[in-house]
Design a protein around this ligand. Structure first.
Ligand SMILES: NC(=O)C1=CN([C@@H]2O[C@H](COP(=O)(O)OP(=O)(O)OC[C@H]3O[C@@H](n4cnc5c(N)ncnc54)[C@H](OP(=O)(O)O)[C@@H]3O)[C@@H](O)[C@H]2O)C=CC1
Ligand SMILES: Nc1nc(=O)c2c([nH]1)NC[C@@H]1CN(c3ccc(C(=O)N[C@@H](CCC(=O)O)C(=O)O)cc3)C=[N+]21
Length: 356
C-alpha cells in the first residue's frame, strides 16, 4: 500500500564499496556529535562570528527589551560545516549520507516539515528517500517500510515523521528503527542512554541539541541553573530535560497535570516552552532576567487578515520586557533543529563508512 517512493540525491549515486576503517581529513565538529561528553564545553577561543554574545552572559534586563537569540545564523553556520564535510567525503571516498523519511497520512504541517527537511538535505548534499503511506495504512505496512530502510545499507538515517495517526502504536514503530540509524534519537536505547551520566546514545534528539547549542553559542551558562521545561514530549521536552540534567542544571519538567505552572516557571533562570499552545507562557510567568527558549511552532490564523502565521508558545510581547534573552518564532530554535538533523545524518554516515 505504499503510495509513493521518491529517490532523490544531490549527487549522482556512486557504487558502494566494502566499508573500510578510514581516517579522513575532517575537522571535528564544533557542535554536539555522537561522542557526547557529560558536560559539553564550547571550543576554546571560539572566534565564530556567530558567537553573538560575550561568553560572560549578562542575566539582566535593565531596559525593557531582551536580547533576541537568533537561530538562523547558527543554523547557517552548521549547514555550511556539514556541507563542507560531505563534499570532502564525496571527493575522498565517493560516498555521501542518505536519509530516509517516512510520512503517514495527509497532515499539512507534516508535509511542510518534510519539505523543509528535504530541501535542507539537498542543500548540504544529503540524499533523501521519502516514503509516503496513506492515513489508513496498517501497522505492519509501516513496519515493513521501516524494516526495509533498516536493512538498506545505502540508508544511514531514518525519520518517521510524528505524530502518527491514532491507530498506529508510535512506541512500537520507534522500537523497530535501528538505533544506529535513529537520527531523531527517539529509540528507547538512545533515550535511555541519554538519561544516564557517562552513557553515550548514538543520537540526541535534534530539538534538544539545538536548545543547548543555542545557549552555548550565546554564552549562557547551564551548570547549576534552575530550568523549567513546559511540555514532556519525546520529541522535545523530555529529551531536553535529560540533556540539560547531564549538563548539571536543576530541571523541573512541567506538563498538563502540573499544578501552578506559573509559580514554578517564575523561579527558573531558563524557561523552555514545548507545549503547542500559542501564548500559554505569559510575561508574569518569567523571572526578571531569565532566558526564554520558545520551541512552540503553532500555525495561527490572523483574525483581521485571515492569513496564517507561525507563533510560539510564549507571549513574546510580554516576555521580551522581562527576560534577559529570548528566542523568536520563527527564526529561533526551529532552523537550528533542522541543521541538527543534517548533523546527525552526517554522523551516522561517518559511522557507517568507518570514518573517525
Ligand atoms: N522548533 C522545534 O524544533 C520543535 C518544535 N516543536 C513544537 O513544539 C510544540 C509541541 O510539540 P510536541 O512536543 O510535539 O507536542 P505534544 O503534544 O507531543 O506535547 C505537548 C506537551 O505539552 C504538555 N501540555 C499540554 N497542555 C499543557 C498545559 N496546559 N500546561 C502544561 N503543559 C501542557 C503535554 O502534557 P502531557 O504530557 O501531560 O499531555 C505534553 O507533554 C508544537 O508547537 C511543535 O510544533 C516540537 C518539536 C521541535
Ligand atoms: N520524527 C519527527 N522528528 C521531529 O523532529 C519532528 C517531528 N517528527 N514532528 C514535528 C516536530 C516539529 N519539529 C519542528 C522542526 C523545525 C521547525 C522549524 O524549522 N520552524 C521554523 C518555522 C517553520 C514554519 O514557518 O512553518 C522556525 O521556527 O523558524 C519547527 C518544528 C520537528 N518535529
Amino acid at each position: 500500500m505504499r503510495k509513493a517512493l521518491h529517490f532523490h540525491s544531490f549527487f549522482e549515486p556512486t557504487p558502494w564499496h566494502k566499508t573500510l576503517k578510514k581516517t579522513l581529513h575532517f575537522h571535528s565538529c564544533t557542535f554536539l556529535g555522537p561522542n557526547l561528553p557529560d558536560v559539553w564545553t564550547p571550543k576554546e577561543n571560539n572566534t565564530s562570528p556567530h558567537t553573538l554574545l560575550p561568553q560572560s552572559f549578562q542575566w539582566t534586563n535593565d531596559g525593557d527589551s531582551a536580547t533576541i537569540l537568533e537561530g538562523k545564523a547558527i543554523a547557517k553556520e552548521i549547514k555550511l560545516k556539514v556541507a563542507d564535510e560531505i563534499s570532502k567525503m564525496k571527493s575522498e571516498i565517493g560516498k555521501f549520507p542518505r536519509l530516509a523519511v517516512v510520512l503517514v497520512g495527509d497532515r499539512k504541517d507534516s508535509h511542510t516539515f518534510i519539505h523543509v527537511k528535504k530541501k535542507a538535505c539537498e542543500k548540504v548534499g544529503i540524499g533523501t528517500v521519502v516514503s509516503e503511506l496513506p492515513q489508513s495504512c496498517s501497522e505492519n505496512e509501516l513496519l515493513d517500510v521501516v524494516s526495509g530502510f533498516n536493512d538498506d545499507q545505502d540508508v544511514h538515517g531514518i525519520v518517521v515523521q510524528l505524530p502518527l495517526p491514532q491507530h498506529l502504536d508510535e512506541e512500537r514503530i520507534m522500537n523497530v528503527i535501528r538505533p544506529e540509524k535513529d537520527v531523531d534519537g527517539f529509540h528507547p536505547l538512545n533515550i535511555g542512554n541519554l538519561a544516564i551520566q557517562g552513557r553515550k546514545p548514538f543520537f540526541i534528539p535534534c530539538a534538544s541539541k539545538s536548545c543547548i547549542e543555542l545557549l552555548h553559542r550565546h554564552g549562557v551558562e547551564i551548570r547549576g541553573k534552575r530550568i523549567a521545561i513546559i511540555g514532556r514530549s519525546k520529541i522535545a521536552g523530555l529529551p531536553t530535560s535529560l540533556l540539560l540534567q547531564r549538563h548539571h542544571a536543576t530541571v523541573s519538567l512541567l506538563h498538563a497535570y502540573t499544578k501552578n505552572p506559573a509559580q514554578i516557571t517564575s523561579e527558573a533562570d531558563i524557561v523552555i516552552a514545548d507545549v503547542g499552545i500559542p501564548n500559554i507562557v505569559r510575561g508574569d510567568w518569567i523571572k526578571k532576567g531569565a532566558v526564554v527558549i520558545d520551541m512552540g511552532t503553532n500555525q495561527v490564523k490572523d483574525s483581521n487578515s485571515g492569513v496564517f502565521r507561525v507563533t510560539g508558545d510564549v507571549c513574546f510581547e510580554e516576555a521580551v520586557k522581562v527576560a534577559s534573552a529570548i528566542t523568536p518564532v520563527p527564526g529561533g530554535i526551529g532552523p537550528v533543529t533542522i541543521s541538527m538533523l543534517l548533523s546527525n545524518s552526517l554522523d551516522s554516515a561517518k559511522r557507517a563508512f568507518g570514518i573517525n
